[in-house]
Each structure stands twice: as C-alpha cells, then as structure tokens.
Design a protein around this ligand. Structure first.
Ligand code: SIN
Ligand code: CO
Length: 382
C-alpha cells in the first residue's frame, strides 16, 4: 500500500526525526479497520496490555487492564480513554496499517497502539521517546504539538502519567478520519477527542537507548568469559606508592574491556538477536512439529506461509551470498538459496512457495525451524 500525493523523499529529508507534520488523508478511501466494541473486547483479554485513563485536565486517574466486560458501561458520560497495545498482533486489518510506513526498516518498527475516547478524553500532554504516526481512525481529535522536551522538562506530579507541566503548543489541528499526525521523538503532544467515538491508531517505532545497548551487549559478553580470564601482571613493576593504581595498570584493564567490547561482528550478531526478541508472545508453535514431508504437503496444497504478527524478522548481510537471519531472538545462518529466502521472508508478511523452492535442503530446514518455533505458519484458513 502506498499513499497518494505523499512525497516520501521530501518527508524523510524535512520531517522524519526533525519536526511534526500533519498529513491530510493520504489513504484515498480511508476505512476504519476496527470497531470500538472489538477494541473493548481486546482490553478484556489476559494476554493484551491495556490502560484506561479516566477524567481530563487536572483530574486524571489510570487503571491497567485486563478489564471486566461491564467496566466500560459503568464509566458514565464523562471523558475517558482506553488504550490497547500491539493491536496489530491480534487484528490483521490493523497490522495492514503499517504497510505504508515500511519505508522504515523492520527493526525500527514497534507496533500499533489503538485508543478509543469519549468527548474530551485523552491521555494529556506528554512526550514519547519514539517517533509515532497518529492515524485518526474514527471521529475527530484536536492535537496540539511542540515544543521538544527532554528529561529536564518539568512534569506534573502524577503517580501513573508523565504529563508535561507547562505545555505551550506551537501548532494545533483537528484531525478527521484518515488524517495522520507525525510526531518525532520527544515532541510534546496532547490529543483531545472532539465528540464521542474517537479512535486513534499509533504506529509506533523503536530506537534502542545507549544504556540499553551497553547493558545488553556487556551482559552478553560477560557470559562468554570464564572466571580464569583475569587481569595478569607477570611483569609487575615495583612502585613507590602502594596506593596508586598505575597508568600502566589502567591501560591494561581498559584494554581487557575494549578488546572484547569492540568486536563488531559479534556485536552485529548479538544486536540482531536482541532486537528480534518479541515484546509480546503470541504462541504459534504447532501442536505437531512440522517435518519435511508435512512441509512438502503444505507447499503442494498451495498454502501461503504467513508471519506471526508478533514475530520480528530482520537480517544482516554477512557475505555476498550469506545472510544472518534473526527471528524472535534466534539467529539462522543462511547461504545461497536460503539467504534469498531470508530476504523475502523479511520483506513480505505472506509468502507463496513453489515446489522447487523447497527442493533445497537448507531452505526446507530453515522453514521447518521457523514454523516449529512459531514464527511462521501455513495459513489453511484461506
Ligand atoms: C492517544 O491515542 O490518545 C495517545 C497516543 C499518543 O499520544 O501517543
Ligand atoms: Co504520545
């Protein structure tokens, strides 16, 4: 799916990660992909993360889901908003909303949060650490945006919500169904429902923090080394001051760390696996493990192979015909035909395989592994 009348090069050059942008309905024929009742139903499920924010302005309270089915009817006529995380993992039509935003690589895409609000409802003025495209699905919402905040920006005292204290917006728009507001990381924004039945789809992105990277990579490295690998000084230099940690000792200690930490190829492998670890689990593992015979049968039946929407797929080029494929925290060395397959699995959520595709033993074993770990499945629902 491509937007009409939307200049992607211009957007990336002037707005992406730079400044907010209002995009008036670029979808052509916008269809709201989810009914409010279906969203409320998801918020009642145990494996779905949801929040309810009741009230507005200086008086908001927050509750975490899952909610009892009669919770929403009991909310009365005041402003409230329900927010449900990763709805794309449960509703294929919501997952399809990500398609036009796939100019951003898979590893930077998070998931789609969906909100429903009654008149005047909203989460309040806040900023997020990630880029977001706020797609107005149903009804209207007034968005105010800017300026850019950081960790020194004063927040209102609140136990559950991080609300920007003195929010002075630089822009303001009312969004209609199909309109999109792009908000770069750290820009304050405040969306208030105008009328009831306001639904907003947040296409969210991810970007690892420096501390997350250092912590994860160092922890991974630390597990590789034995306790015997230590600082040594067989050439101990005698020193006048027993309290001094000498320059030479510091240099050697620093080398021990830097030598390990600067392993670029190892870092790439670790990052691919780390980044592909799913945030929410949707267990698609088959009851009966797939084997080569069953694989050939499914392919002969012409069943499409679909990606688990909660699974993360990405790859790194290791050589001219070799890729390292990362799926759900696992890595797969792919050469030749399986390297080509790895790229197409990452590029499209539905794959149709031909008989000849699975003749290659490497391709067959990659597919079997991905199906058996629940990252891919043959779609026999048509
Ligand atoms: C909302 O949908 O109400 C909030 C989305 C956001 O601000 O990120
Ligand atoms: Co936000």
């Amino acid at each position: 799916m491509q937007f009409t009348g939307f200049d992607l090069d211009h957007f990336v050059a002037h707005y992406w990660q730079k400044q907010p942008l209002l995009i008036r309905n670029p979808w052509g024929d916008w269809q709201n992909p989810l009914e409010p009742d279906e969203l409320a139903g998801l918020a009642c499920e145990d494996d779905v993360e949801s929040r309810l924010v009741i009230g507005n302005d200086g008086n908001r309270t927050m509750e975490n889901g899952p909610f009892a089915e009669d919770r929403f009817a009991g909310l009365g006529t005041g402003p409230w908003t329900l927010l449900v995380q990763a709805v794309d993992h449960h509703v294929p039509d919501v997952a399809e909303l990500i398609a036009p935003f796939r100019f951003v690589p898979n590893w930077r895409i998070d998931d789609v949060m969906v909100s429903y609000a009654t008149d005047g409802g909203g989460v309040g003025s806040h900023y997020d650490n990630y880029d977001v495209f706020l797609v107005q699905g149903l009804g209207q919402r007034r968005w105010r945006v800017g300026p850019k905040c950081d960790s020194r920006t004063p927040l209102l005292p609140h136990d559950d919500l991080r609300l920007v204290a003195e929010f002075e917006a630089t822009d303001e728009w009312v969004l209609n169904p199909g309109d999109i507001l792009y908000v770069p990381p750290c820009y304050a924004h405040d969306g208030v429902a105008v009328g009831d039945d306001c639904m907003t789809y947040s296409i969210g992105f991810r970007a690892p923090s420096r501390s997350e990277l250092i912590e994860g990579w160092a922890e991974h490295l630390a597990e590789q080394f034995s306790d015997e690998e230590r600082y040594t000084d067989p050439d101990l230099a005698l020193q006048a001051q027993p309290g001094e940690i000498s320059e030479a000792a510091i240099a050697r200690l620093h080398d021990i760390v830097m030598e390990a930490i600067s392993d670029r190829a190892g870092f790439a492998r670790w990052f691919g696996q780390h980044n592909s670890t799913p945030k929410y689990d949707r267990d698609w593992r088959p009851e009966t493990l797939l084997d080569e015979k069953a694989l050939l049968t499914s392919v002969a039946q012409g069943l499409p192979l679909i990606r688990n929407p909660a699974s993360r797929f990405s790859f790194i080029r290791v050589g001219p015909q070799e890729n390292a494929l990362f799926v759900d925290g696992q890595s797969f060395k792919c050469e030749g035909e399986s390297a080509v397959l790895a790229e197409s699995i990452c590029a499209t959520p539905v794959i149709l395989l031909g008989h000849t595709d699975v003749q290659c033993a490497d391709v067959a074993s990659l597919l079997i592994a991905l199906v058996n770990q629940g990252s891919l499945a043959f779609d026999d629902d048509g």
